[in-house]
Ligand binder design. Structure first.
Ligand code: S3P
Length: 180
């Protein structure tokens, strides 16, 4: 079986859902942000401070390359990973891309006050979420499956993903089962 790659915006539950999914499938769970933090010995926020967003994106691309080569893993990507063509290519070669989606309001409720998201340390985080999401939607929509998580617990989302997997052969571009 191919790897499962979770994509989507911050606060859509990729890490939590990924852990549950990995357990259910007997896969290893790999979180790209955590992989970077371990390799660099510092938090994502600190990397943003010291190297800027571009510096972080370079490390992210390197981490995506490495983790994509592993087998039997559920990979949770950072919300910006799909912005680079190189990452999309590596992740698509590695497995099935499942995008978790949520409305800006729900994302804001889940992580709006978090200090761990450098891109949201602005005076109006909700507006920033709306802007980033609007710009990024077309990248997230390159995923194979899209799961709407607004009214879903992480457990339900994991179960929904598993039930969508056998139907993958029916999933074609433009034939998505939701909006991202
Ligand atoms: C980012 C999302 C974060 C992390 C970094 C940048 C983004 O990951 O990679 O803060 O650009 O959306 P999560 O999606 O896991 O929060």
């Amino acid at each position: 079986m191919k790897n499962i790659v979770l994509t989507g915006f911050m606060g859509t539950g990729k890490t939590e859902v990924g852990k549950i999914l990995a357990k259910k499938l007997g896969f290893v769970f790999m979180d790209i942000d955590q992989f970077i933090e371990k390799e660099q010995g510092m938090s994502v926020s600190r990397i943003f401070e010291e190297r800027g967003e571009n510096g972080f994106r370079e490390l992210e691309a390197k981490a995506v390359r490495k983790v994509s080569e592993m087998r039997n893993v559920v990979i949770s990507t950072g919300g910006g990973a799909m912005l680079r063509e190189e990452n999309i290519e590596n992740l698509k070669n590695s497995g099935i891309l499942v995008c978790l989606s949520a409305s800006p309001e729900v994302v804001f409720r889940r992580i709006g006050a978090s200090k761990n998201r450098p891109l949201l340390q602005v005076t109006d985080p909700l507006q920033k979420i709306k802007d980033l999401m609007g710009f990024r939607r077309r990248y997230y929509e390159k995923s194979d499956i899209i799961i709407e998580t607004d009214n879903m617990t992480p457990l339900l989302a994991a179960e929904e993903i598993i039930s969508a997997l056998p139907h993958l052969n029916d999933v074609h571009a433009g034939d998505k089962n939701g909006k991202c």
